[in-house]
Design a binder for this molecule. Structure first.
Ligand code: ARG
Length: 464
């Protein structure tokens, strides 16, 4: 059977293979709600412009409401033979209301239709992710508050570097996620223009009111160029690149959780809710959720790369290759939704072994910088010289197998007479973190004020 929608010059139907490669309904049915919304806006505009009669318009709108309900209730039968969501809905409209259904597509093409639907979908996806990102920030901030003065080693090169507070460490992720939200918000602003009314590629001879449909669909304005409107997918690429950067952040957090939960570190542990066992080794408690969070980034970056490659060589305007735009975006969204739930769940779930963190914070002479800074501040030694002196102190402590604060005043003054007993008070981990009060620094009081600032800034809709 030839297609009712485009079969005028065809006498035979497509082969099964053609139907299989062509059909997108299995995945683009996720655009149903947006497609119906777009059709309603288009139909009302056609009536307002006198292009469609009021009666036909009413029949179409009522039919679309019925279809919307059928889909919501799971009573709609999606047909592969009808190729995609647009033709499935139009086909059903025709079953329901007959002839007027055929007038809905006046001055419209599936090319502007699908571009409109997809923009609406990505926009809603961004809004949903923003809510989840806010939730993750909120859990990170709560955890940071509980650990504003929990001391842990801060690392560079994964070598213990200087003591920091765990609250401060968690707030670093709150900042990263804040920028992720900002990136999605920027992408949303750019995508929020309406392709509807661009027609197949060249616009239309009908007296459309594109500003009206744009407004009806909460777009800021109609897209200015019909060729651009139907053929670019940069909004989907932007979504995927924001998603990729976000997933890299989540992956780094996940990697830290894996390290911290290891027996060797023992900084955090997960309850049974976020651990799995081993089928062979009874003692194991594995952080699988964190590992999967780290691993899922591959799919998301893969989705971005995949779509970049699809779009790369396409001449303007629409080509069917573009039908390949949706699955990567859907998959990246679903993956992120799950990853954000897992990340939030794990942050709430972890319990912190403060003692182990604190002991590790002092190991490896992490307060040597404090000693060097003290010489600069109190004895007016240049930093380059103080660095050298502090190095000698570390060497002595290492040789003796003791902590810096366990060295005697005599041993210190032997290295350099300017090293008086007062310096012993600044080389404890507490003194070290308490002294880091520069803006953005790790001192517990700073962390507490950063927490209230972060709450005010981020824990609101669109907070960035
Ligand atoms: N299912 C198609 C897509 O996703 C809709 C647009 C089809 N347009 C066309 N001229 N064949 O891209």
């Amino acid at each position: 059977m030839t297609s009712q929608i485009w079969g005028g010059r065809f006498s035979g139907g497509p082969s099964d293979i053609m139907e299989s490669i062509n059909a997108s309904i299995d995945f683009d049915k996720r655009l149903a709600e947006q497609d119906i919304r777009g059709s309603r806006a288009h139909c009302s505009m056609l009536v307002a412009q006198g292009i469609l009669s009021k009666d036909d318009g009413e029949a179409i709108i009522n039919g679309l409401f019925k279809i919307e309900k059928e889909i919501r209730d799971g009573n709609f039968s999606f047909k592969r033979s009808l190729e995609d969501i647009h033709m499935n809905i139009e086909g059903r409209l025709s079953d329901l209301i007959g002839e007027p259904a055929g007038r809905l597509h006046t001055a419209r093409s599936r090319n502007d239709q699908v571009a409109t639907d997809f923009r609406l979908w990505v926009r809603a996806a961004i809004d949903a992710l923003d809510e989840q990102l806010l939730g993750l920030q909120s859990s990170l901030i709560d955890k940071a508050e509980a650990h504003a003065d929990t001391i842990m080693p801060g690392f560079t090169h994964l070598q213990a570097a200087q003591p920091v507070t765990f609250g401060h460490h968690l707030l670093a992720y709150v900042e990263m996620i804040g920028r992720d939200r900002g990136r999605f918000k920027d992408a949303r602003t750019r995508l929020n223009e309406s392709p509807l009314g661009a027609g197949a590629l060249a616009g239309t001879s009908f007296p459309l009111d594109r500003a009206r449909t744009a407004k009806d669909l909460d777009f800021d304005r109609p897209m200015a160029n019909s060729l651009d409107a139907v053929s670019d997918r940069d909004f989907a690429l932007e979504f995927l690149s924001c998603a990729s950067i976000l997933s890299v952040h989540l992956s780094r957090l996940a990697e830290e959780l894996v390290i911290w939960a290891s027996a060797q570190f023992g900084f955090v542990s997960f309850t049974d809710a976020f651990s799995t066992g081993s089928s062979m080794m009874p003692q194991k408690r594995n952080p699988d959720a964190a590992e999967l969070l780290r691993g899922k980034v591959g799919r998301i970056i893969g989705a971005m790369n995949g779509l970049l490659i699809v779009v790369k060589g396409l001449p303007l305007s629409y080509s069917k290759d573009m039908q390949e735009d949706k699955e990567p975006v859907f998959d990246a969204f679903d993956t992120l939704e799950l990853c954000l739930a897992a990340a939030t769940g794990m942050i709430v779930d972890i319990s912190v072994n403060k003692e182990r963190m604190r002991n590790a914070a002092g190991a490896g002479y992490t307060t040597a910088t404090d000693l060097a800074d003290w010489l600069v501040r109190e004895q007016e030694v240049t930093f380059r010289d103080s660095h050298h002196i502090a190095g000698q102190v570390v060497k002595l402590a290492e040789d003796k197998g003791c902590e810096l604060e366990e060295l005697s005043p005599e041993e210190l003054s032997e290295i350099d007479e300017r090293l008086t007993a007062d310096v012993l008070a600044v080389v404890t981990v507490d003194a070290s973190v308490n002294s880091r009060t520069s803006y953005g620094g790790t001192a517990p009081d700073n962390v507490r004020s950063q927490i209230s600032a972060a709450r005010a800034r981020f824990l609101v809709k669109d907070g960035t």
